[in-house]
Design a protein around this ligand. Structure first.
Ligand SMILES: NC(=O)c1ccc[n+]([C@@H]2O[C@H](COP(=O)([O-])OP(=O)(O)OC[C@H]3O[C@@H](n4cnc5c(N)ncnc54)[C@H](O)[C@@H]3O)[C@@H](O)[C@H]2O)c1
Length: 311
């Protein structure tokens, strides 16, 4: 049984923040999302707004009255994702970057301390903090190599939170994601890594016949790249994997040729059959092929296909 927790998510309208909000809500928690909407999109929170356990506050962590806000919200847990995430902007405007990522985090930490928040889960950066690593795999004990002001401000935020732990015992965990990709990612920044690579591949190879994207996030990246380069639908055959609204829309519009999906119903049936056989003492095969489906514009409405897709 899940014990509902009151949470605050900063950067809630962003790519990762909004995905976290949806997950917290589906796990039964209460969520207040905070975002200044400088980069996040309100529509990322459309699903969240359908739940009465969700509330949204538009505020800038640099100058909002965070003490007052947290005193009202009284979160037990704060997930801190609000940030200036553009490495190039951090080089052009290091002061702005430091204000949002370092000073914004200190302001949040101080407000959290006053509101007796139990824990802050801070989002640092694994893709950038360690620079060009000296060894692979790179452990979290690797030294920080700030090659940009963005990294410096992210490391500074970690250190400030560590000082709050030493001074006040405020619990804190740092998450250091590398290059995250998936639905809602911004295809324009370096974070939209698949779109960036696919765009480079398409630009360098104008006669490329097709791209096979091996999961939903990669397929969305390839579609974003083709859209950005204004490639005529169908000229490059983009084949995806799995499901999701973005792929289904791209297939309907002709940008994607189609996709392969697993057969969740078949997986369920085969699993139950294997369990029954195992109980009966039968020898099970080492591999069980649970099947797959090809879907494209021609069979999207087929009930057999519809049953194995999700939006
Ligand atoms: N996307 C990645 O690959 C990646 C990798 C490593 C770390 N991160 C970190 O994860 C977090 C989320 O990143 P994302 O990719 O979802 O980016 P994102 O830009 O989609 O989300 C950040 C959100 O913060 C909001 N924001 C920015 N400045 C703010 C301010 N002053 N006050 C309130 N809100 C503000 C933006 O409007 C945006 O919605 C960031 O802290 C980022 O540094 C992301």
């Amino acid at each position: 049984m899940v014990i509902p927790v009151r949470t605050l998510v900063t950067g809630a309208a962003g790519f990762i923040g909004s995905t976290l909000v949806d997950r917290l809500l589906s796990d039964g928690h209460h969520v207040v999302g905070l975002d200044d909407l400088s980069h996040g999109r309100p529509e990322n929170l459309d699903d969240a707004h359908k739940q009465d356990r969700f509330a949204f506050v538009q505020a800038d962590i640099v100058d909002a009255d965070l003490n007052g806000l947290l005193a009202d919200i009284r979160p037990e847990l704060v997930f801190h994702l609000a940030a200036q995430i553009d490495v190039r902007r951090s080089v052009d405007e290091p002061e702005f970057d430091a204000m949002v990522n370092a000073v914004g985090t200190v302001r949040l930490a101080e407000a959290a301390r006053r509101a007796e928040v139990r824990k802050i889960v801070n989002t640092s950066s694994g893709g950038a903090v360690y620079g060009v690593p000296q060894r692979y795999p790179t452990g979290e004990d690797a030294p920080a190599e700030p090659a940009s002001p963005y990294v410096a401000s992210k490391v500074a935020a970690e250190l400030y939170l560590a000082s709050f732990r030493s001074l006040y015992g405020m619990d804190c965990t740092h998450i250091a994601p590398s290059n995250v990709y998936g639905p809602r990612q911004d295809p324009h920044g370096e974070a939209g890594v698949v779109a960036v690579f696919a765009k480079a591949m398409l630009a360098a190879n104008p006669d490329l016949a097709g791209i096979y994207a091996t999961n939903e996030g990669s397929a969305i990246g390839a579609v974003d790249a083709a859209n950005e380069l204004k490639i005529e639908p169908g000229k490059v055959k983009i084949v995806g994997f799995d499901s999701g609204k973005a792929q289904i829309d791209a297939i309907k519009s002709g940008i994607m040729a189609g996709a392969i999906t697993q057969n969740p119903i078949g997986i369920g049936e085969a699993t139950v059959q294997a369990a029954v056989d195992a109980i009966a003492g039968k020898q099970l095969p080492k591999f069980i092929d649970t099947g797959f489906f090809w879907y494209d514009k021609t069979n999207l409405e087929d009930p057999k296909i519809k049953a194995v897709l999700y939006e």
